[in-house]
Design a protein. Structure first.
Length: 277
């Protein structure tokens, strides 16, 4: 190798080291800024702990899907290992192994088993999707969610009282975004709307997100969904975000949901509704 080529390679290596260090620092900084990432638990299938009854539905469907997938994978791996060990070509033997391409029972088995599996997945998915999108219309708390580039506006109605809208601006920390206050152990109905582009209302601890599509008229069932918050042990502040790429400040379209006890929520409504009058 010529001295010139060695010098060139050393020069390139020197330039790559600072670049790699800068990239590592950038990734570490980005990770540190992601303070809205919820805690995951292996017992929950790496999902955050849910704060609604609907989250339990999603959790059961998720766990069932993983159990079925792991069982199927285990069977496939066992069959592959078994075939690799017991059906290798033997030395001194040139004959073909028994052929099964015209074996009708096996071909039926290959067809029926996947069909049954897909049908079972479809049944449970359709059943749970219906439960997640069902809106009874009797929720005592109703929240109007307005999404826009690039933040949120929340208006809450409870016992005939409507709060003043809570609006926000694009932020880097969800604590600084608009906050939606909800009571524990209560049904909440959401009405989603937007006038610009498609957004998506997502609170990870709901284990559920819903797209907000412009042009859907008011009163249309496609704008609404319903949850039932769990008990007082779920009191806390939870991060929320837009889960649909909606523009340049999409990553800063953050908000928070604060679950409080009923007495505190009553006080909040009295204060906010009073100031709105």
């Amino acid at each position: 190798m010529s001295p010139t080529r060695r010098t060139t390679r050393r020069s390139l290596a020197r330039r790559r080291v600072p670049r790699a260090a800068a990239l590592a620092l950038l990734l570490a900084t980005a990770t540190a800024c992601a303070n809205d990432v919820p805690k995951f638990d292996w017992s929950n299938g790496l999902l955050p702990e849910g704060v609604t009854e609907q989250a339990k539905v999603v959790q059961h469907l998720w766990n069932g899907a993983w159990i079925a997938a792991l069982a199927t994978g285990a069977v496939v791996i066992v069959l592959i290992v078994w075939a690799a060990i017991f059906h290798r070509k033997r030395k001194g033997k040139a004959e073909l192994p028994p052929q099964v391409r015209y074996n009708l029972p096996i071909e039926i088995l290959y067809t029926v088993v996947p069909l049954v599996m897909v049908s079972v997945f479809f049944f449970f998915t359709a059943r749970d999707s219906k439960a997640l999108t069902e809106v009874a219309g009797d929720a005592p708390v109703k929240v109007k969610v307005e999404a826009y580039q690039w933040s949120w506006r929340f208006t809450t109605t409870y016992n005939g009282k409507t709060t003043q809208p809570v609006s926000g601006m694009p932020v880097h920390d969800y604590h600084q975004g608009p906050q939606l206050v909800l009571p524990t152990n209560t049904k909440v109905e959401f009405d989603l709307s937007t006038d610009d582009v498609i957004h998506s209302f997502w609170v990870p601890e709901f284990l559920f997100k819903r797209d907000i599509i412009p042009g859907i008229p008011e009163g249309n069932p496609g704008r609404k969904f319903e949850i039932k918050t769990l008990g007082d042990d779920r009191v806390g502040v939870y991060a929320g975000r837009c889960a649909e790429l909606c523009g340049v400040d999409h990553s800063r379209m953050l908000f928070s949901v604060k679950l409080v006890k009923q007495a505190e929520f009553d006080q909040y409504i009295a204060t906010q509704a009073g100031s709105a009058q």
